[in-house]
Write a protein that binds this ligand. Structure first.
Ligand code: FAD
Length: 311
């Protein structure tokens, strides 16, 4: 809530798109150790090992192959092939009933052409269906929100179980939540990680939290399947209370947290009988994801700087 925290957050969000800063951070000597706190590894094998461990402890998983902002069609095609291979492995390992995948449309060509990205996403959804699981489409920078929502509406015609994300920091979040609270609609509610101008988003933490609660109320009162993605203990309690108030069974919504963040709390919630899904990101393109995690929490930045300075 401090002014300093907000400045730091904005600086990190700016750095996350600077190629020069990327080169510096990637070469920092102990970057790797710190990065591995938040990502499950660089290979599919490592990610599947982590997934098995999480599933073994009673939690669910959503796997994300790191990569975003793809600028050429070939790379977008490679991302699709990678997801197809991952989904086949999930089925083979009999993990598909406990693990889904998360997909960023910018990783499959949204910046090149939304239609191509939609076709690519369709291929990933088809592979997920063949494996016996589903896809959630991540929400990215505020400039992509409309296009992403249109794509999800389109994908849901053929793949109604496709999940979407509402970012509570958006001024239109409550409207999106109400629209998307229909039967069968899987909606992940998060605060929003990209930073957005005052004109489209709430920028004070307090206002974001209040918006989160309004969205939660709409989603929990609706007919859909809310996915409560936050590490914030207050919001988790409110979600639990709203679930009771709306007489929801534990299989009609879930909690979600990121790999590496509050793992003990993840296990505790799973042990209460609630569904808890862990978002597991892996791959070599970890830079943007990592910087967003640092921006969320100055303590993580201190942890990172300390590890570089005291090597
Ligand atoms: P915060 O106010 O950031 O944190 C609340 C408390 O949680 C903190 O006080 C601390 O105790 C703990 N905590 C939070 N973050 C950390 C951390 N990094 N390290 C250690 N402790 C921490 N954002 C998008 O924009 N699009 C998406 O598609 C998207 N998908 C997501 C999927 C999942 C499953 C999750 C959990 C988050 C996703 N996010 C996404 C990120 C989200 O928008 C937030 O940036 C992120 O979750 C941090 O906000 P918070 O709700 O945890 O609250």
């Amino acid at each position: 809530p401090t002014g300093g925290g907000a400045v730091l957050r904005q600086a990190l969000q700016a750095v996350s798109t600077s190629p020069r800063a990327q080169a510096l951070v990637e070469r920092a000597p102990l970057t790797r150790d710190v990065v591995h706190r938040f990502i499950a590894g660089e290979t599919m094998d490592e990610a599947l090992d982590v997934t098995e461990g999480i599933v073994g402890s009673g939690r669910l998983v959503s796997l994300d192959v790191l990569g975003e902002d793809v600028r050429d069609a070939e790379q977008a095609g490679r991302t699709v092939a990678y997801y197809e291979a991952l989904l086949a492995r999930l089925a083979e390992a009999k993990l598909a009933d406990r693990a889904e995948v998360s997909l960023k449309l910018t990783a499959v060509g949204q910046a090149l052409d939304p239609d191509t990205a939609l076709e690519n996403a369709r291929r990933v959804c088809a592979a997920a269906r063949a494996a016996g699981t589903s896809v959630t489409i991540d929400m990215e920078d505020h400039t992509t929100v409309e296009s992403t929502l249109d794509s999800v509406r389109e994908l849901r015609r053929d793949f109604p179980d496709t999940g979407l994300v509402v970012q509570a920091y958006l001024r239109r979040a409550e409207e999106f939540s109400a629209e998307m609270a229909y039967a069968g609609s899987r909606v992940r509610l998060c605060k929003g990680a990209y930073g957005a101008p005052e004109s489209v988003a709430f920028t004070r933490r307090d206002d974001v939290d209040k918006s989160y609660v309004r969205c939660l109320k709409a989603l929990m009162a609706g007919q859909g399947y809310p996915m409560v993605a936050t590490h914030d203990p207050r919001l988790i309690d409110i979600a639990g209370a709203l679930a009771v108030l709306n007489e929801r069974g534990t299989d009609t919504f879930e909690y979600q947290m990121l790999y590496g963040i509050r793992p003990q709390e993840q296990k505790r919630i799973a042990e209460t009988g609630a569904r808890m899904r862990v978002y597991v990101a892996y791959g070599t393109e970890w830079y943007g994801y990592f910087l967003r995690r640092l921006a969320e929490r100055p303590a993580n930045l201190a942890f990172f700087v300390r590890s570089v300075v005291t090597r």
